[in-house]
Design a protein around this ligand. Structure first.
Ligand code: ZN
Ligand code: ZN
Length: 146
């Protein structure tokens, strides 16, 4: 499988190309991700910023995540689709929302985080490690290295 990942927002104003495999991928159930998506969770894969080429201008707004870290959420100002997550926790990486991928089937989550905010109408995926809240930095290292 090639390490080229391409994607776009719903209207196509923002497009990206990434030529490296994701460093880690997860599904986040935190309330902030729920609000930002209008949905039950945020499926996101984090890739090296150095491997990412973006065309079009995303609009970013910054929030304090429940973990206390700053998170900059990038979305299309035209269609409103969430596309990027620039998190203080992993400054050298950029998060790509899985549904923005041209081929979302290539998203392979490793863990689910903030599961204590998951709703009864969300199903958790068998076989994935689960964290009730944010992983500790030690757990984070393990996620990044697997
Ligand atoms: Zn758009
Ligand atoms: Zn979240």
């Amino acid at each position: 499988m090639s390490d080229l990942y391409t994607g776009a927002c719903a209207c196509g104003k923002i497009q990206y190309e990434c030529n490296a495999a994701p460093v880690f991928s997860w599904k986040c159930h935190c309330r902030d991700c729920q609000r930002a998506s209008g949905s039950m969770l945020c499926p996101v894969m984090y890739v090296p910023k150095t491997a990412l080429t973006i065309s079009g201008q995303a609009k970013f707004y910054e929030v304090k995540a429940e973990s206390g870290n700053a998170v900059r959420r990038g979305f299309c100002s035209e269609c409103g689709s969430p596309v990027f997550i620039d998190a203080e926790l992993v400054p050298e990486l950029m998060g790509l929302w899985a549904a923005s991928l041209d081929d979302p089937s290539r998203f392979t989550p490793q863990v689910e985080v903030w599961t204590n905010s998951a709703h009864a109408w969300t199903s958790l995926q068998d076989g994935l490690d689960k964290f009730e809240q944010a992983p500790t930095s030690e757990q984070m290292q393990k996620i990044i290295s697997t």
